[in-house]
Design a binder for this molecule. Structure first.
Ligand code: KIV
Length: 271
């Protein structure tokens, strides 16, 4: 079995060290106290309070509707549980794109009100001013390139990105720009494995892939997907490590049966 990381506390500097040592970074999402505690106790390196909460927790079709207040609520819940992992929080759609000062205020609210360790922002050249401004306040930033779900209305589909030369070249340039601006890492979502490895090899900072092949410095998945709590979402890159939805439904059905048949509570379960 692969040795899990022995770092007592994960910081952005530790992630850099992990890249240098060739140790892969394991990242998962969490949006609440209980799940975050389980991930942290299991030894996860990075917890992402992703705006995928918009889909997974709130049932929206896209990540666009989730608000800054809602992200801060999720991030605060996660922070109460975590002692070791680095916690990164997504800046939600509409809170950083138009104006770098607004981006700075949004990031400061997340850091101040939740106590998180870093923020994540989708995009390259178009939003680099916002990234620079946030970094200038001492807030670590994780970039996010490739498939950027907040731009779904521009692209219209969630298909693999940067399969064409022009888009691949822009992604490589954007990745370098984000590194030069001072991002501590970059999430690469749903791009060809070869490109994921090429971007990773060209950067000093770590990359964390989701559907970007095994040449990146780490991997991230949505916990609810990899645990099988969600059932409909089945992209090729998703490995399911459990089938918790079936387990939960089976348990609930047993509970219903026990209540209806007056098997629950029994003598030992009452006062
Ligand atoms: O919001 C999220 O969960 C994400 C990951 C899919 C990288 O951005």
């Amino acid at each position: 079995m692969t040795q899990r990381s022995t770092f007592p506390k994960i910081t952005t500097h530790v992630l850099q060290e992990m890249k240098l040592n060739g140790e892969k970074i394991a990242m998962l999402t969490a949006y609440d106290y209980t799940m975050a505690g389980l991930l942290d106790e299991s030894g996860i390196d990075v917890i992402l309070v992703g705006d995928s909460a918009s889909n997974v927790m709130a049932g929206h079709k896209t990540t666009l509707p989730i608000t800054l207040d809602e992200m801060i609520y999720h991030a605060s819940s996660v922070m109460r549980a975590v002692t070791r992992a680095l916690v990164v929080v997504d800046l939600p759609f509409g809170t950083y794109q138009g104006d770098s000062l607004e981006a700075l205020h949004s990031a400061i609210r997340i850091m101040k009100e939740s106590g998180a360790n870093a923020v994540k922002i989708e995009g390259g050249k178009e939003i680099v001013q916002s990234i620079r401004r946030i970094l200038s306040a001492g807030i670590p930033v994780l970039g996010h390139l490739g498939l950027t779900p907040q731009s779904i209305n521009k692209f219209g589909t969630y298909v693999v990105r940067a399969t064409e030369e022009r888009e691949a070249v822009k992604l490589i340039e954007d990745a370098q720009l984000l590194e030069d601006a001072g991002c501590f890492g970059i999430v690469l979502e749903k791009i060809p494995a070869e490109l994921g490895a090429k971007v990773t090899d060209g950067l000093k900072i770590p990359t964390i892939g989701i559907g970007a092949g095994n040449g990146t410095d780490g991997q991230v998945l949505v916990s609810h997907d990899m645990l099988g709590l969600t059932q409909k979402f089945s992209p090729r890159f998703l490995r399911r490590y459990n089938n918790l939805s079936e387990g939960i439904k089976g348990s609930v059905q047993s509970y219903i049966d026990d209540v209806k048949s007056v098997d629950f509570p029994n003598e030992d379960e009452q006062y």
